[in-house]
Design a protein around this ligand. Structure first.
Ligand code: MN
Length: 732
């Protein structure tokens, strides 16, 4: 890390003069500088220097980025609210409302104090503030980045604990923001500084390795530059060519993340060619490929398809005459500027044009489409906890590195392993909620298919459908997760609401039966103390519990009135005969000890009377009864409940699906139908399919039966039919 030289007011003036000349702009900056110097007059930094030195440095960094005069002025003033007690209103009067607003937002980002929060929640809240401020006005984050960069440059004066904490925060939050805004100069410097403070040993290790190889590498690069220069001069193309070095943290990162040896990374020699026009870029690429051997698969055209942070360039990797490998970047001057300054280059302040901060903000949101998603997310996530919010940003926005496209060519960035559902929610919440199918590269694929860079993705939607709980198992973005959860919770609440009057009525009836006046007892004051006892949050929860029989009305009435009711003879008898004399239910199944619960037979395995069965409690659909051998029971955690068949000798019929495999032959189906009708089982549906390759016919049929023994008998009878290989119950 090179020591930065001391910045003076003259340095700032010189830097500002490279792009600002209008007297009013220069005056604004001079005024801000003089004002800040006066306000911070007696303050010193930890280094012992006057506080104003910090402000000059921040302003200088902003001027290097060619930000507008208000932003440079805000750089001088950014600590006045916090450290000199001036108010936002006073700043607005002294300068203008925009500057006051920027300074206030920068102050707010830093003003969060640790009180009752734990460290993690504190950091998350802090980060969230940064993003909310950034969503309002991008200039806030430019000032904050400049502030943080200078603080990192002077971190040696802080305690070791502070150094580590600030470096960690910078690496987790500010460097990714700089990266996402495409400001690679700031990002690279921040990363190297963080690396130095977080892991000094590794830092010096990598630095030493780089240094040792330097002379050899420089020589190769210089020779290659001479060769390529001669080649391009022949063709009369204007260009500049440089060797470039990777910053230490990126080398370290590649070594650890991609598990590469130091040699493999440093053996890549890097050259950059900057030219005039886009056409020149492709011409140069053509000449280079015609003269050197390119490594297949390494050509990247970021001109035709810019990265999400607006980066544009051609990348190729070739093998030099010396057998060494060279990474070559080719781009125009403008692209080069954007590669270094990112967003700041794109909205470089130009005097004489009508500057409008709202328009700039809006333009930026359109240009950086991830930013628009993120602004939308910031808006709708007010209820999410700060750490959840942070996690979403970290995963969905900072770590995104799969780039897929809509059929219209819009690029969507997603984290590794993302699926069409993640994509759908990125497009719009409704698209996610109503997704029913996905087409990737013109092929229909399952919704949990992993997407890859370059995939063209289209989502089929259907109105009136909703997300499935299963999606939560495979989606990767927190955005999708939180929206699916929000939808499910809303639906559950709605279903709950529907059942509440039912529970209320049941309790009312029970009280009346016990001789209490429901109006007097179902009073809020009487019900509320009961909630804690029964561990329910609200009366809605209580009535819902009664409606779905997780509490009985009788239990609740007893607790409420604090009186046990003597058991009547009738009830006693009913209890003794509880398994015998039940009123038959539609499903033919009951839950021992609980009367009239919503029970239905599962469609996947279609249990029939006599089958071994288990029940489990579903959300909103009461108890589902499955065959004990149903494969679906093994999927995911389930709340099992004991269920029994009702012993009733009625002529109840159950649907049963059978699958029959047979060698194909003439009259097969006729014989099968005959065998079934011999067993007196009505056939409801039949469907036969012959596989032309194996000549096996699969017959699927739905028959109606009284019980499991009858199913066994049907199967035995079918097996007697010539050429039938297998008969089994269907379950999927
Ligand atoms: Mn500061």
């Amino acid at each position: 890390m090179a020591e930065k030289k001391q910045i003076t007011m003259d340095d700032i003036r010189a830097q500002v003069h490279t792009y600002l000349n209008e007297p009013s702009n220069l005056e604004l900056i001079e005024h801000a500088a003089a004002f800040a110097e006066k306000r911070h007059e007696h303050q010193k930094r930890k280094s012992g220097e006057p506080y104003f030195v910090h402000l000059m440095n921040v302003a200088y960094i902003l001027a290097e980025l060619h930000t507008g005069p208000e932003t440079v002025a805000a750089g001088f003033l950014h600590d006045t609210i916090e450290d000199t007690g001036i108010t936002k209103e006073e700043l607005a009067k002294e300068f203008n409302p925009d500057i006051a607003e920027i300074v206030e937002s920068v102050t707010k980002i830093g003003a969060l104090k640790l009180n009752n929060m734990d460290e993690k929640e504190y950091q998350a809240s802090n980060h969230r503030k940064i993003f909310i401020a950034m969503a309002k006005d991008i200039r806030v984050i430019l000032v904050k980045l400049a502030d943080r960069l200078h603080n990192m440059r002077t971190l040696q004066f802080k305690s070791e604990a502070s150094q580590k904490r600030i470096a960690r925060e910078t690496l987790d939050v500010y460097a990714p923001i700089a990266h996402r805004l495409g400001i690679s100069t700031i990002k690279n410097e921040l990363e190297d500084l963080c690396f130095f403070y977080l892991d000094r040993e590794e830092y010096y290790h990598v630095a030493k390795l780089v240094e040792m190889k330097k002379a050899e590498r420089d020589e190769s690069v210089q020779q290659m530059i001479r060769d390529i220069s001669a080649l391009l001069q022949e063709h009369n193309i204007e260009f500049n060519i440089f060797g470039r070095s990777k910053h230490l943290y990126s080398i370290y990162h590649k070594m650890t993340e991609r598990n590469k040896r130091f040699d493999e990374i440093l053996d890549l020699l890097a050259i950059r060619i900057v030219t005039k026009t886009e056409l020149n870029c492709y011409e140069i690429l053509g000449y280079i490929h015609a003269n050197y051997r390119p490594i297949p698969g390494r050509l990247k055209d970021y001109i035709a398809m810019p990265k999400v942070n607006m980066y544009q360039s051609l990348h190729t990797t070739i093998i030099g005459p010396d057998g060494k490998i060279y990474e070559i970047q080719i781009r125009t001057e403008e692209m080069d500027d954007i590669a270094e300054k990112g967003i700041a280059a794109h909205w470089k302040y130009k005097e004489g044009t009508n500057y409008n901060s709202r328009r700039e903000q809006k333009e930026m949101e359109e240009k950086l489409f991830w930013f628009r998603d993120f602004v939308a997310y910031t808006g709708e996530s007010q209820d999410a906890s700060a750490s959840e919010y942070m996690e979403t940003l970290q995963r969905d926005i900072f770590e995104a590195n799969v780039y897929v496209m809509t059929p219209r060519g819009k690029v969507i960035d997603l984290p590794n392993g993302a699926t069409p559902i993640d994509f759908a929610y990125r497009i719009h919440t409704d698209v996610g909620n109503q997704a029913v199918g996905a087409i990737v590269n013109e092929t229909m694929v399952p919704l949990n298919t992993e997407l890859h860079t370059g995939d063209v993705v289209q989502i089929k939607t259907m109105k009136g459908t909703g997300p499935s709980e299963d999606w939560l198992k495979f989606v990767k973005t927190n955005q999708a997760k939180s929206r699916i959860r929000a939808y499910l919770t809303k639906k559950e609440t709605e279903e709950k609401q529907k059942l509440v009057p039912e529970g209320e009525r049941m309790l009312r009836d029970e009280l009346r039966k016990r001789g209490f006046d429901p109006e007097a007892w179902m009073d809020k004051k009487k019900l509320e103390p009961l909630l804690t006892v029964l561990s329910k949050k609200t009366t809605v929860d209580l009535f819902y519990a009664i409606a779905v029989r997780s509490l009985t009305a009788s239990q609740v009435a007893e607790k409420l009135t604090n009186q046990k009711r003597p058991v009547s003879d009738e009830e006693l008898e009913k209890f003794i005969n509880r398994d015998k004399r039940r009123t038959p239910s539609k499903s033919g199944v009951y839950v021992p000890g609980i009367e009239s619960m919503k029970i239905s037979l599962a469609q996947c395995c279609m249990p029939v009377y006599g089958d071994k069965i288990v029940g489990f409690i579903t959300k909103g659909e009461g108890v589902k009864v499955h065959r004990a051998d149903c494969p679906s029971l093994k999927r995911g955690p389930k709340k099992f409940i004991d269920v029994k068949w009702e012993d009733v000798n009625d002529e109840r019929m159950f649907d049963c699906n059978l699958i029959i495999l047979a060698k194909s032959r003439n009259f097969l189906l006729t014989d099968v139908v005959t065998a079934i009708s011999q067993m007196k089982a009505p056939m409801v549906q039949v469907n036969a399919n012959m596989n032309q390759e194996t000549l096996i016919t699969t017959i699927k049929m739905k028959v109606q039966v009284h019980n499991a023994q009858q199913v066994d008998a049907i199967a035995a009878n079918l097996k007697k039919v010539d050429s039938i290989l297998e008969v089994k119950r269907d379950s999927n």
